[in-house]
Ligand binder design. Structure first.
Ligand SMILES: [Zn+2]
Length: 75
C-alpha cells in the first residue's frame, strides 16, 4: 500500500508511525487501513495528509478517480 501521490508507504510517514504507536495498531499500515479517511480497500491506496493538503483537500470522489486512473500502474 502506497500514497497515490508521493509513493511513500505508511512506515515511511511519521504521522502513521506515531498513530500506530498511540492507538496500538500492529503497524503503520494498519493505522492507515483503520484511520485514514482516504484509504480505499479496493485499490489498496491512500493519500497521506501532506499530499492531501498540498492537493487542496480534494473531494473523495476526485481522490477515488485518481485511484481508478492509477489502477494497473506500478505506483
Ligand atoms: Zn503522500
Amino acid at each position: 500500500m502506497k500514497c497515490a501521490m508521493c509513493g511513500r508507504t505508511p512506515d515511511q510517514i511519521p504521522e502513521y508511525i506515531n498513530l500506530a504507536k498511540e492507538s496500538d495498531y500492529q503497524s503503520a499500515d494498519a493505522a492507515v487501513r483503520y484511520e485514514e479517511g482516504t484509504y480505499h480497500p479496493a485499490y489498496d491506496k491512500f493519500i497521506c495528509t501532506d499530499c492531501y493538503v498540498k492537493a487542496g483537500q480534494p473531494l473523495m470522489a476526485d481522490v477515488y478517480e485518481l485511484y481508478v486512473r492509477q489502477k494497473g500502474s506500478v505506483n
